[in-house]
Ligand binder design. Structure first.
Ligand code: ASP
Length: 448
């Protein structure tokens, strides 16, 4: 195990996390049902929730804990190394342009697939009513969460970029964009002051950056155990097989779209533009993908995405530390594709015909909604409410897709993270900042 590369260790952790509950559930005393509050769980479910789930939560917390400090120090370090403001604005323009373009491609693919497969027509009236009834309450919670966002004016997102108090912005991972705004502003000013005054500040952040990278190394040693705990918890909390079958065509439509992006389109773009092979791209980014899959959170995965893209893919830090934190917050290709498929699926299930205008509205709103989605589990579903509202499809339809949302969230988060890595490579290449990876495999990393 010691000499295995990180992605193998994580994969083994994931596989054991899936197998462990499945095997134990074959033992009658573990599969016995007990009531906890109003819900019934298997005895194994209760055991895993009490004794294994907390380790998964600790692992995710540790990753999130590092995300904001990492953004701050690496962004300051990265921008202060650029030393030329015009280069910074060039990089900013390319980053935003590529993020918008990749999201538009994703939404379009989602729309084409869902219109071809028509998964909503496979649901019978009876199943629809049953599912709606079962998940009515859960869906309402998401709709309530989204209602705050809807009541805001059109420019609220821009207003929200500027924090009125940096310390309160730092207290929540949801405010990453505000932190990024402050740090970019701070770093530009750092470039503008006399060098002898700037040097000690830069040195301080350089040192801090090293410490944070070391902390990530330590957290990643626990990754296989963390993902084991996360997967075991997911298995005992997963929906029944009947629901999965009822929503099979919908789930497949989302999965086909996501797979097309991750396995075909992204590697193709990377190969065409940077010359990097399919294998080297995946070898570089796979631990971040596996972590995205297990945690369902681009924010929690960010420390690892940054480490992989910089050390193992070779994008220089001044590019990766700028492109990736912004990407984790605003670039969600997987989420936008899912929102497009889900919106049309719900419309089909309710027998609502969507005109071309409505489909174009989906392109626009899903792009914006994915930008507005927080990089945490289930955020894409909350923002889906806005897409549904824009095309006059009943928001209560959210209940239809609730049961399979978590597994699809895991998959769309992989796409979100991979899309960010791809854009970092493209921006890196265009700025002459894509070099050879510093670390070729996990052994070198452990020795480093
Ligand atoms: N879980 C996704 C992410 O963190 C967001 C979502 O689609 O719910 O990237």
């Amino acid at each position: 195990m010691k000499n295995l590369e990180l992605h193998w260790k994580i994969l083994i952790g994931m596989a054991l996390g899936v197998l462990f509950p499945i095997i134990l559930l074959q033992i009658p005393s573990f599969s016995e049902e007990v009531m906890v509050g109003e819900k019934s769980f298997t005895k194994l479910g209760v055991f895993i929730t009490d004794w294994i789930k907390p380790f998964g939560t600790i692992f995710i917390n540790a990753l999130k804990l590092i995300a904001v400090p990492l953004i701050i120090v690496s962004l300051i370090k990265g921008i202060s190394e650029i030393e030329d403001i015009s280069k910074l604005s060039k990089m900013g323009g390319r980053t935003v342009g590529l993020y918008v373009a990749s999201t538009l491609i994703a939404v379009t693919i989602g729309l084409v697939i869902v219109n071809l497969v028509k998964p909503g027509t496979t649901i019978t009236e009876e199943t629809r009513q049953e599912i709606l009834l079962e998940f009515e309450g859960d869906a309402q919670k998401k709709i309530d969460m989204a209602s705050g966002q809807k009541s805001e004016g059109p420019l609220q997102a821009v207003v929200d970029l500027v924090p009125s108090n940096i310390f309160s912005a730092l207290t929540s991972n949801k405010n990453m964009l505000q932190v990024i705004f402050f740090v970019i502003f701070f770093s530009i000013c750092l470039l503008r002051i006399p060098s002898e005054k700037a040097q000690p500040v830069k040195k301080f952040f350089d040192g801090l950056n090293e410490i944070i990278l070391k902390m990530i190394d330590f957290i990643m040693i626990c990754a296989p155990y963390g993902v084991f705990a996360l997967m075991a918890t997911l298995i005992v909390q997963s929906p029944g097989i009947e629901l999965i079958i009822a929503l099979l065509w919908y789930s497949l439509s989302v999965l086909i779209g996501l797979a097309l992006l991750v396995f075909l389109i992204y590697p193709l773009i990377v190969k065409t533009y940077t010359g990097r092979s399919y294998a080297s791209f995946f070898k570089g980014i796979s631990p971040a993908q596996l972590l995205a899959f297990s945690t369902s959170s681009s924010a929690a995965t960010l420390p690892v995405t940054m480490e992989r893209v910089t050390e193992h893919i070779g994008v220089e830090e001044e590019v990766s530390s700028f492109v990736l934190p912004i990407g984790a917050t605003v670039n969600m290709d997987g989420t936008s594709l899912y929102q497009a498929v889900a919106a049309v699926f719900i419309a089909q299930a309710f027998d609502i015909d969507l005109s071309l205008g409505a489909q174009l509205t989906i392109v626009l709103t899903a792009t914006l909604a994915s930008i507005g989605s927080a990089a945490v589990p289930s955020a894409g579903m909350v923002m889906l409410v806005i897409v549904l509202g824009a095309i006059n499809v009943p928001e209560a339809g959210l209940a239809l897709i609730f049961a399979v949302d978590r597994p699809l969230d895991m998959c769309r988060t992989v796409v979100n993270v991979t899309g960010d890595a791809m854009v970092a490579m493209l921006v890196g290449k265009s700025m002459g900042k894509l070099g050879e990876p510093k670390i070729k495999n996990w052994d070198d990393f452990e020795k480093a």
